[in-house]
Design a protein around this ligand. Structure first.
Ligand SMILES: NC(=O)C1=CN([C@@H]2O[C@H](COP(=O)(O)OP(=O)(O)OC[C@H]3O[C@@H](n4cnc5c(N)ncnc54)[C@H](OP(=O)(O)O)[C@@H]3O)[C@@H](O)[C@H]2O)C=CC1
Ligand SMILES: Cc1cn([C@H]2C[C@H](O)[C@@H](COP(=O)(O)OP(=O)(O)O[C@H]3O[C@@H](C)C(=O)[C@@H](O)[C@H]3O)O2)c(=O)[nH]c1=O
Length: 296
């Protein structure tokens, strides 16, 4: 594979896409073109062709997806086109141009029946439309691109560009005397800024291809994640009304439309072996995120 110089980021205004564009644009070795939904709609084949026409690139990173898990459950056609057919078309264009493609995917491709850390070779069994459409997208991209394709699965992403779970918890802890979060579902939080840094190490490996897991290290339940937010916020001197998170049951989360997989924590051993980098623990990453958030 040739050295990466011109990078296209599709989904440039999302949580991960924004972090990728920010980091790689700051590197004079790269030319970066960020493309948002306004000019490339994954559900509209003509807009994909139009947005990429005339662009010369070595690497395309697809960070666009329909990520609202419950919305996907109720709109399976839209989920399939955004998360599978559109990415497949991106892969076909990359193949025509001789470019590599990184397709971002999710821990929700797993069924999550048993505890433990998932490896890239573990069996997949999505529990809902979102996970199934993402898995179909993985297969389509890798089938089209072979060794020029990378699928990078991440989980529980947080970062400065869009609010996510830690922001919701912090706000609730500031406004309420009681704070609850689901205590019987586990995965690995991932800081978007770390993800951008680590992903670069992966695409710098010219021969890397296939599926990789990439998130901060360590697993937790949603309630442990929430408690860590509260503990760090307290350390940082943020005034909270509630300092203790009460674990609740996933089964009692009435407003979830789509079933969520229970155990989807992912091992990053393969990433470590390929790059020599062991992702830092999620607690340090969360502390950095919240510290930056309060100093804004
Ligand atoms: N967030 C998380 O916790 C996790 C995310 N992932 C994966 O990471 C990747 C990035 O997710 P993240 O940045 O968090 O998600 P976001 O929802 O923050 O960003 C996704 C972007 O894709 C855009 N988009 C949605 N539908 C389309 C479409 N039809 N055509 C073009 N663009 C579209 C969105 O546009 P708009 O702004 O209009 O919504 C948004 O800008 C995805 O592949 C996701 O599956 C994996 C695991 C966990
Ligand atoms: C965990 C939890 C969530 N919520 C709310 C927050 C939010 O509005 C809604 C859904 O929460 P989340 O978005 O965190 O959960 P979910 O939609 O399951 O998030 C998923 O997103 C996709 C993109 C992925 O790929 C997964 O890795 C995962 O991060 O439920 C609670 O009110 N209490 C809770 O304890």
């Amino acid at each position: 594979m040739a050295e990466t110089k011109h990078i296209i980021v599709v989904g440039a205004h999302g949580r991960i896409g924004s972090a990728l564009v920010r980091r790689y644009s700051a590197n004079p070795d790269y030319q970066v073109t960020g493309i948002g939904r306004d000019s490339l709609d994954l559900s509209n084949p003509a807009s994909i062709d139009h947005a990429l026409a005339g662009l010369d690139f070595d690497l395309l990173i697809n960070a666009a997806a329909l990520t609202n898990v419950d919305y996907c459950e109720q709109h399976p056609g839209e989920a399939q086109s955004a998360n599978c057919s559109g990415p497949k078309q991106l892969a076909e264009i990359c193949a025509e141009r001789g470019a590599r493609m990184i397709h971002i995917s999710t821990d929700y491709v797993f069924g999550g029946d048993t505890p433990g850390m998932r490896s890239e070779d573990d069996a997949t069994a999505p529990t809902g439309v979102y996970g199934q459409s993402k898995l179909d997208g993985e297969h389509a991209v890798l089938e089209v691109l072979g060794t020029a394709g990378l699928v990078v699965r991440t989980s529980w992403v947080f970062g400065p560009d869009r609010p996510s779970f830690p922001d919701m918890i912090l706000q609730r802890a500031q406004e309420n005397d009681v704070l609850e979060a689901i205590g019987d579902k586990w995965s690995c939080p991932c800081y978007s800024e770390d993800f951008a840094e680590y992903l670069e190490l992966l695409f710098q490996q010219k021969d890397a291809h296939g599926v990789f897991h990439l998130c901060n290290s360590g697993a937790c339940s949603w309630s442990e994640y929430a408690q860590q937010v509260v503990d760090i916020a307290t350390d940082l001197g943020i005034a909270l009304r509630c300092h203790s998170v009460t674990p609740t049951k996933l089964a009692d989360m009435d407003r979830f439309v789509a079933p969520r997989p229970v155990h989807t924590a992912m091992a990053t051993v393969k990433f470590h072996a390929a790059t020599g980098c062991a992702p830092r623990d999620w607690q340090s990453a969360l502390r950095d995120y919240l510290t930056a958030k309060v100093s804004d």
